[in-house]
Design a protein around this ligand. Structure first.
Ligand SMILES: *[C@@H]1O[C@H](CO)[C@@H](O)[C@H](O)[C@H]1NC(C)=O
Ligand SMILES: [Zn+2]
Length: 620
């Protein structure tokens, strides 16, 4: 559809077409005020690239070209000011103040669904990604070598990232975690890569009653030592030593610099625990967050309604808000936890709902009646159907509530063809503008990561009709003369790596950014997005669905002065998105990240040290 133009037109042609580009806002930073020195690295001023290397975050309403410019102002209050098409439009005296930017400028990237504290916890804890069991044991020992105080009842070894795909498809056991004698009595708990299961050590198992109580509904215990979904929530999480506010602050401040380095300026935090809220508020208000977080609150009791006050930015830099709630309808596909209408193709189960339909409709309606936005995690087609039912019921029960952008489906991964159509019908019936109605929030890298097993889980027909929709969720009717379509994209980090550019790559190629070659069914190709949709999906569309519009204009010139400098143009036909590097990241007119020049690589062979713990050689 309209994709071809946005994708293929080189920047120069786009610039020529937009020769009549107008300034976006009418602020004037300079009259009556002298600009700061051009030698300062941050702060207000006039920034210019080579011609047409600034993407403004807008596109032409009809032809969908990205709008490009050359110079932009940053005002003293941390917002973008005017934008200039070319240097010729700038008066001679202001030209004296130009700061040269070496690269391509894009509005700062946003992640539409991510988990900030879990990412920080992952950064602080053991990393078990892409590893076999012996490699994970080695990782734990290396971790303990750095800080041997971990592993006690009051300070567990925590980590994230394992996937039984690396264990020959077999779920691990508690015993596997203590295959090294140094670990025998330690308290160890590792999240599966999808954060839906936890693998624990025998010491943790000993805290549970023997024999184990019945597995709670919506949970599973696939092996002696692994607890999934409600079994993890009810039986394991309560045993973990309480995470303090200091821990949370440590997780956040550890995560944020890593996120800056991939060009992120903000996220929708897809499950903000109540306990995190005061920490975010404090960091934001003291100006120490250096990041924008739009939280989706999760009550202390998962999948419930808790009567709390909405929180709009109190900090003038606009760094934390909380007006959305998170509900989990089902689990994940990888662990057969996603709730399906028909049984899985590779196991006689339909997965399970984490909350029954009646209760889901009730909780969704409660949040909606209190005028909150509600995001329902729904991966399987049964969960997606249940979410639609719940939204429909909520709108019928409370016709007085403004229904624009009030509902999101997180993941929206497998949607029955009837429900793909029904989503639009529900919106039409309720009189919601389509763009703001039941917004799917999608992770392009989930599709490419799940590709390895999606066919066996779902079978060919379901994969073809129902799974991993992207382009078809944004029908053409929305495009012309109305609000642009709005794929809201994210990574779900730490489930996937946080790089938004890798996400864009997955969205436009439907290939894994981590693999050199890409073999896939034609099914995957039909749902590609174009690069303009992908860039906006990791930017302004996220702000828009987070209701961060108006003066804030997330991801657009005119709003907060959040931008990134890239070493290549994302809109160039020739660019390999996997190689694009973020050189700088700016938030509110302040530079928060600058990539150091790459050190010259010496050609010496790297000798990997074998991890040693307390003098004993580790078998890896
Ligand atoms: C649904 O869940 C609620 C709360 O857990 C429970 O009270 C109710 O009986 C359940 N309804 C059905 C039909 O299972
Ligand atoms: Zn998530």
């Amino acid at each position: 559809m309209f994709g071809i133009l946005g994708q293929l037109v080189p920047a120069v042609i786009a610039a020529a077409v937009y020769g009549t580009f107008k300034t976006v806002t009418s602020y004037d930073a300079y009259f009556g005020r002298s600009p700061s020195s051009s030698t300062q690295p941050s702060g207000p001023g006039l920034y210019c690239t080579q011609p047409y290397r600034v993407y403004t975050g807008f596109e032409d309403a009809i032809w969908k070209y990205p709008e490009l410019a050359t110079c932009f102002d940053v005002l003293a209050d941390g917002r973008f000011g005017s934008v200039w098409n070319s240097r010729d439009e700038i008066s001679w005296w202001r030209k004296l103040w130009i700061r040269e930017v070496d690269g391509w400028v894009f509005p700062g990237f946003w992640d539409g669904h991510a988990h900030l504290t879990q990412y920080g916890m992952m950064e602080v804890g053991v990393k078990a990604y892409d590893q076999t069991v012996p490699q994970i044991i080695t990782s734990i020992l290396t971790y303990l070598e750095k800080d041997p105080t971990y592993g006690t009842r009051s300070k567990w070894v925590l980590g994230t990232g394992w996937d039984q795909a690396y264990f020959g498809g077999k779920m691990p056991t508690a015993e596997d975690l203590v295959s090294n004698p140094l670990l025998t009595n330690l308290y160890i708990a590792l999240y599966r890569v999808d954060v839906h299961c936890m693998w624990v050590s025998p010491a943790v198992l000993r805290l549970l009653p023997d024999p184990l109580p019945p597995t709670p509904p919506g949970g599973s215990i696939p092996s002696n030592g692994v607890f999934c979904d409600n079994a993890m929530d009810d039986m394991i999480l309560p045993l973990i030593p309480e995470i303090t506010e200091d821990d949370i602050e440590n997780f956040i401040t550890t995560a944020v610099p890593a996120l800056h380095s991939v060009g992120l300026v903000g996220i929708i935090d897809a499950a903000t625990a109540m306990k995190e809220v005061p920490v975010y508020k404090r960091l934001a208000e003291s100006g120490k967050l250096d990041f924008r977080v739009y939280g989706m609150v999760e009550c202390i009791k998962r999948n419930s309604f808790c009567d709390l006050e909405k929180y709009h930015f109190a900090d003038k830099a606009g760094q934390f808000t909380l007006t959305s709630a998170k509900i989990f309808a089902d689990g994940a596909l990888g662990s057969w936890g996603a709730a399906l209408i028909e049984p899985y193709s590779d196991k006689p189960t339909r997965g399970s709902m984490l909350i029954n339909e009646t209760e889901l409709a009730k909780v969704v309606s409660q949040w909606y009646a209190a005028d909150w936005q509600v995001g329902v995690h729904a991966i399987g087609d049964a969960a997606n159907r249940a979410a639609l039912n719940a939204f429909e019921i909520a709108m019928k029960l409370h016709p007085d509530i403004d229904n624009d952008k009030k509902f999101k489906i997180e993941h929206a991964q497998i949607i029955h063809p009837d429900d793909q159509k029904r989503r639009i019908d529900i919106c039409k019936k309720a009189g919601v503008r389509l763009e703001g109605c039941i917004v799917p929030s999608i992770q392009p890298t989930h599709a490419t990561s799940d590709m390895a097993y999606a066919l066996s889980r779902l079978g060919p027909q379901r994969l073809k009709d129902s799974a991993y929709r992207m382009q078809s969720l944004f029908p053409e009717v929305q495009v012309r003369f109305s609000h642009p379509p709005h794929p809201v994209l994210g990574s779900d980090f730490p489930v996937e790596p946080p790089s938004p550019i890798e996400g864009m790559y997955a969205a436009v190629t439907r290939c894994s950014p981590r693999l050199e070659t890409c073999e896939r069914d034609a099914v995957w190709d039909d749902e590609k997005l174009d690069i303009l949709q992908a860039v906006q999906g990791f930017g302004r569309n996220v702000g828009w669905t987070g209701m961060l519009e108006g003066w804030m204009q997330v991801g657009q010139m005119g709003g907060w002065a959040d931008w990134v400098v890239l070493d290549h143009d994302l809109f160039s036909k020739k660019v390999d998105l996997r190689k694009v590097k973020v050189k700088e990241t700016w938030i509110g007119g302040k530079r928060v990240f600058k990539r150091e020049a790459e050190p010259v690589v010496e050609d010496e062979p790297v000798v990997e040290a074998e991890p040693v713990f307390e003098g004993i050689k580790v078998q890896a």
